[in-house]
Design a binder for this molecule. Structure first.
Ligand SMILES: Nc1ncnc2c1ncn2[C@@H]1O[C@H](COP(=O)(O)OP(=O)(O)OP(=O)(O)O)[C@@H](O)[C@H]1O
Length: 286
């Protein structure tokens, strides 16, 4: 569990990025920080691995104040994935993934073997291992970034807009992959995004920020969607403009199949056969 206890951050130029922020981030779940630009999300994320130190308050991991930890050692046991992948351009993919284990003293051959297994884990072909980052697509580079963050087998994975720079289709694929990984690996994931749809897709717990690191609402996606705390949240999630309203349309009158349609008339999905029958009052086939 990660706890932020009354944390504030004022940068040397006087900017108050975070003001008295407190929250508990449960272990083995995905918590997503979402909010407009400049609301302090990245600053908070970086406090967890001491890339930023708070000016007041504490960040506590499993009961230990991170301020007492050596920042370099802390960073080597917390995975960090950033928007551009952050790969070292002059190193082959396999060595990018093996960087931290080698720094921690794992023999190079062993670290490379494990790196190949991690390429499998994130859905990349092992033939990419000998290539350089520039030879990979944006989506592939992001997967390498995730593999590299997993290489030290961290309990905590910090992800700062990791899928922000890839096209929407690849982005959906990466989101799906992250959900699969999370089910298998059981990490505590803290994920930063601007995108409320991405937040709803990934989060067990979503934290919606206003400017100044001020929390507008914390809850599960269904709590936030079902009961926005105020007008700011309603507007941020699009509930005020009817964007989240779905309705049902019969698709095929003969089979009774029902389609779910969003406010702009776009199909959002299909109801299962059982639910379609329930919604139209049709009897089950015997
Ligand atoms: N090193 C710094 N020095 C001064 N001000 C900073 C520094 N880093 C961030 N800030 C300011 O702190 C505030 C919060 O920044 P932060 O990057 O945490 O926001 P964010 O919510 O992650 O934004 P974005 O979504 O655009 O990345 C902003 O006003 C930003 O300009």
């Amino acid at each position: 569990m990660i706890e932020f206890r009354s944390v504030s951050k004022r940068f040397p130029d006087g900017t108050l990025a975070v003001d008295d922020f407190s929250i508990v981030i449960p272990s083995r779940q995905t918590t997503v920080f979402v909010g407009s630009s400049g609301s302090g999300k990245t600053t908070l994320l970086r406090m967890i691995n001491r890339m930023v130190d708070p000016t007041a308050g504490q960040v506590v991991i499993d009961g230990d104040d991170v301020a007492k930890e050596n920042p370099v050692q802390l960073r080597r046991r917390i995975g960090y994935v950033m928007q551009n992948g952050g790969l070292l351009p002059h190193r082959r993919i396999v060595d990018n993934v093996a960087t931290v284990p080698v720094l921690r003293g794992v023999p190079r051959g062993e670290a490379r073997e494990h790196a190949l297994e991690l390429l499998d884990t994130v859905g990349l072909d092992r033939s990419l291992a000998t290539k350089y980052p520039r030879q990979l697509s944006g989506g592939q580079q992001q997967r390498v970034g995730v593999a590299r963050a997993l290489a030290a087998d961290p309990n905590i994975l910090l992800m700062d807009e990791p899928f922000g720079a890839v096209d929407p289709i690849v982005r959906l694929e990466l989101q799906r992959e992250l959900k699969r990984l999370q089910k298998d690996l059981d990490k505590t994931v803290v994920f930063v995004t601007h995108d409320i749809d991405e937040a709803f897709a990934l989060a067990d717990q979503v934290v919606i920020f206003r400017t100044g690191g001020i929390v507008a609402q914390v809850g599960t996606p269904s709590e936030v969607l079902g009961n926005p705390a105020d007008e700011f949240v309603a507007s941020f999630i699009g509930a005020d403009r009817g964007q989240r309203q779905l309705h049902l349309e019969p698709r095929n009158p003969e089979t009774g199949q029902v389609m779910v349609v969003d406010a702009s008339g776009r199909p959002a999905g299909l109801l299962s056969d059982d639910e379609s029958r329930a919604s139209t009052g049709a009897a089950s086939p015997s």
